[in-house]
Design a protein around this ligand. Structure first.
Ligand SMILES: *Cc1c(COP(=O)(O)O)cnc(C)c1O
Length: 320
């Protein structure tokens, strides 16, 4: 329960495509994954020239940093947020600037702008808080940011509402998504970004060719086609389990943050020790210590209810 992947597994249609794929592995895959881009464009409801893909959305984020900032430039990101962001920034010679989340765990747009960063990173639903970024904060950043705004939507499917098209039309926002979470294909490493053609072309240039393997492309195309009903059903199920899990945590006297993702962040005293006690019972959750605005907390991935039940029983014991 520690990685936010799909605990129901992968779409059966994708697994079948992997078993039956007759791929000549001595040859290169498509250099820029045109077939997969076309399918993703249909799924996202956007023209294919607005899409790029990569070896996980991590690869897309890393490439975007290289494409839109020069060594010594700043990257502003909310704190807490995705732990890889300051790492990718430093790996590209950029300066990561953490900006504490504001009221209600929303992004503090003015504090982000005050950093003067070339790249502003946002994550909605935000990992690890599970909370959504308010439309007002995004709008302000899109209007005033001096450079690129990245909106990481790795968990978009679980949040329901979709305002992506509106941000993309501004021509200054790159939205990143992945097949690692709702689509259950984390092991195949497929991520993508949606944005204005000039933006995605720049990211693709810094990314380079052949980043998605022929095998990954075949499985993704199946997941986005015949696999889609399965994905949508599991997303609906995850949302139901998430609400049930939050209610049970509240019944234990805990105060989970309001999540719109496939995980729940719940503040607990001494997260490291609590997580270690859960480990002894064979339960893996992600501990966070001294999180900005939250303090110590556990991040629990939502999965089939029997797993949640085991986790809740373990948590009650670990806390008593
Ligand atoms: C999991 C995750 C990603 C990365 O996913 P990939 O497997 O590299 O596609 C990106 N952003 C956030 C916030 C995540 O939680």
């Amino acid at each position: 329960l520690s990685d936010n992947t799909n605990l129901w597994g992968a779409p059966p249609a994708a697994e079948r495509a992997l078993r039956e794929a007759n791929i000549s592995v001595a040859r290169y895959p498509e250099a820029y994954s045109e077939t997969l881009k076309t399918r993703l464009a249909e799924y996202a409801g956007i023209p294919a020239d607005h899409i790029i893909v990569g070896c996980g959305s991590d690869d897309v984020l890393d490439s975007a940093f290289r494409a839109f900032a020069a060594p010594g430039d700043r990257v502003a990101y909310p704190d807490p947020s995705f732990a890889m962001i300051p790492i990718f920034a430093r790996m590209n010679g950029l300066i990561p600037v953490a900006v504490p989340l504001g009221r209600g765990f929303d992004v503090d747009a003015d504090a982000m702008l005050a950093t003067g960063a070339r790249i502003i990173y946002l994550c909605s639903p935000n990992n690890p808080t599970g909370t959504a970024v308010g439309a007002a904060a995004i709008e302000r950043l899109v209007e005033r940011a001096p450079g690129l705004v990245i909106l990481d939507e790795a968990y978009a499917e679980f949040a329901g509402s979709d305002g992506t098209a509106r941000w993309i039309a501004s021509g200054r926002v790159l939205v990143t998504r992945t097949l690692s979470k709702a689509f259950g294909l984390a092991g195949l490493r497929i991520g993508y970004a949606v944005g204005a053609p000039a933006l995605v072309a720049a990211v693709e240039k810094s990314r380079g060719p052949y980043k998605v393997s022929a095998v990954a492309e075949r499985a993704s195309v199946a997941a986005l086609g015949p696999g889609l009903p399965w994905v949508r059903e599991r997303v609906a199920e995850a949302i139901g389990v998430r609400e049930q899990l939050a209610a049970r945590l509240r019944a234990l006297g805990l105060e989970p943050l309001p999540s719109v993702a496939n995980f729940v962040l719940v503040p607990v005293p001494d997260a490291a020790a609590t997580a270690a006690r859960l480990r002894e019972r064979g339960i893996a959750v992600r501990p966070f210590t001294g999180l900005q605005r939250v303090g110590d907390a556990l991040r629990i991935t939502v999965g089939p209810w029997p797993l949640m039940d085991v986790c809740l029983v373990g948590l009650e014991e670990a806390l008593s």
